[in-house]
Design a protein around this ligand. Structure first.
Ligand SMILES: *Cc1c(COP(=O)(O)O)cnc(C)c1O
Length: 452
């Protein structure tokens, strides 16, 4: 038993409910506001974008929400995902710490994103929606939604951030393999895309711009809805299947985490892993320290302002209270494309303000160094995003080497990097640099955050 390094669950052990952390928090997160009236929005305001089942989950105060059988059937294609103990990495680091990682790279898209893409496609199909539009940064979310839409017989149209569209042709091809239509963003297809292109024909795009394009298309056609791959409450809710499984697997391993680290773009893989453990902490069953790790060039939690801002660049979405760098701030084109978002999940932002989690920012060269060390010991090339979490886990393990503490560290290895090898190429060629903290650009963008 003692040298076991992989913990698996049977089909019967896959959790059958998602966990909603809201009723367990000391106070609820502040409500989203209507972009024009600044009054709290109601379900009807969201109806042009999302089906009612998802809106109900977005505002739910139920602690547990059953996972529909149709969704569980698709989950079983790759769930439960394995929990690994990183014994070879531990040995390489010479640490007394025990490092565990929950590996989401075994999914059809190669990341955690299908955990929410599948229920989102399911509820939309159930409501009679014919097509879903979305944005994608690194290409992971677009791939996941393309896969999920194909499972439920609906169409999928994706706006892929230009920088990633050019850097990652295989992500585009994968979305097409699952049947999706893919546009580079900004595109000529939408009014907002044309506006951006007229101002800057070489715009590398951003997640915020791509969201505006996808929302514009969905809002214009009643048979089309929009799907978001992170940030929203229902997305974090769906991702809790990761943490519920990990709780069972950590129990199998006979360990309780002292530290959980995860990378945060919009907060969904991190929240998904952490929330079930945070529930146990709030109930007095563990004393885990939970830490979000973000890129230094897009540090929304560590440097952002906690205020109401738009989720997209054009200002079409409701105003949500979150840690933001300004809705028209365009982050440097780092390779962890999935972490280049100006804001943070409002739920996670609220939990951070409550002091229930910590945050740290790391530069991309340190992250790639940890990614390579991980690949050479554990045999999985991580996506650039989770190398942020790995860098923090390695730091913690090295601290344990100094102090002799036998801490238990748990992290989310939320995706593999097999379609991100151009980024590793750049790292090996010495071409990656750590962008300076873009203080002025952020201060500039913050002047356009709406005043309430
Ligand atoms: C999308 C993505 C992220 C960032 O999104 P979160 O909602 O913060 O999880 C991180 N890692 C991978 C592999 C992704 O695909």
């Amino acid at each position: 038993m003692t040298d076991k390094s992989r913990y698996i669950l049977t089909d019967e052990e896959i959790p059958t409910s998602w966990y909603n952390i809201v009723p367990d928090l000391p106070s609820p997160p502040p409500p989203p506001l209507h972009p024009a009236t600044h009054e709290p929005i109601g379900p009807d305001d969201l109806a042009p974008l999302f089906p009612m089942d998802l809106i109900a989950q977005e505002v739910s105060t139920e602690r547990y929400i059953p996972i529909p059988d149709e969704v569980l059937d698709v989950y079983r294609l790759w769930r439960a995902t394995p929990l690994h103990r990183a014994r070879r990495l531990e040995k390489e680091l010479g640490t007394p710490a025990r490092i565990y990682y929950k590996y989401e790279g075994v999914s059809p898209a190669g990341s955690h994103k299908p955990n929410t893409a599948v229920p989102q496609a399911y509820y939309n199909a159930k409501a009679g929606v014919e097509k879903l539009t979305t944005e994608t940064g690194a290409g992971q979310w677009g791939t996941a939604l393309a896969f999920a839409a194909s499972q439920f017989g609906i169409e999928c149209e994706v706006w892929q951030v230009r920088a990633s569209y050019d850097q990652k042709p295989y992500r585009r091809a994968m979305m097409q393999a699952f049947g999706a239509t893919v546009h580079p963003s900004p595109s000529e297809v939408t009014e907002f895309g044309r506006k951006i292109l007229s101002e800057d024909p070489d715009s590398p795009g951003s997640l915020g711009i791509a969201i505006s394009e996808a929302v514009e298309m969905a809002a214009a056609d009643p048979s089309v809805r929009y799907a978001l791959g992170s940030v929203l409450n229902h997305v974090l809710l769906h991702q809790t299947v990761i943490g519920e499984e990990a709780l069972l697997q950590m129990a199998q391993a006979g360990d309780t985490p002292d530290v959980i680290v995860g990378c945060t773009g919009g907060g969904s893989n991190f929240g998904g892993l952490a929330f079930p453990f945070l529930r146990e902490k709030l109930a007095g069953n563990n004393d885990v320290t939970i830490k979000a790790v973000e890129p230094k060039s897009c540090p929304s939690l560590t440097k952002g302002t906690y205020t109401y801002d738009f989720g997209d660049t054009a200002g079409m979405t409701p105003l949500v209270k979150m840690h933001t760098l300004g809705h028209d701030f365009i982050p440097d084109p780092i390779h962890a494309g999935g972490l280049r978002y100006h804001g943070m999940s409002p739920l996670l932002s609220h939990i951070y303000e409550l002091g229930l989690i910590e945050a740290q920012a790391i530069g991309q060269t340190d992250c790639f160094a940890a990614g390579v060390q991980f690949a050479r010991t554990e045999g999985i090339v991580p996506a650039p995003e989770p190398t942020h979490a790995l860098a923090a886990a390695v730091d913690e393990a090295l601290r344990c080497r100094e102090t002799g503490e036998e801490k238990v560290i748990l992290t989310a290895l939320c995706g593999h990097g097999m379609l991100d090898m151009a980024a590793y190429d750049a790292y090996f060629a010495g071409e990656l640099r750590d962008h300076e903290y873009p203080e002025e650009a952020i201060a500039e963008a913050m002047t356009r955050v709406p005043e309430l």
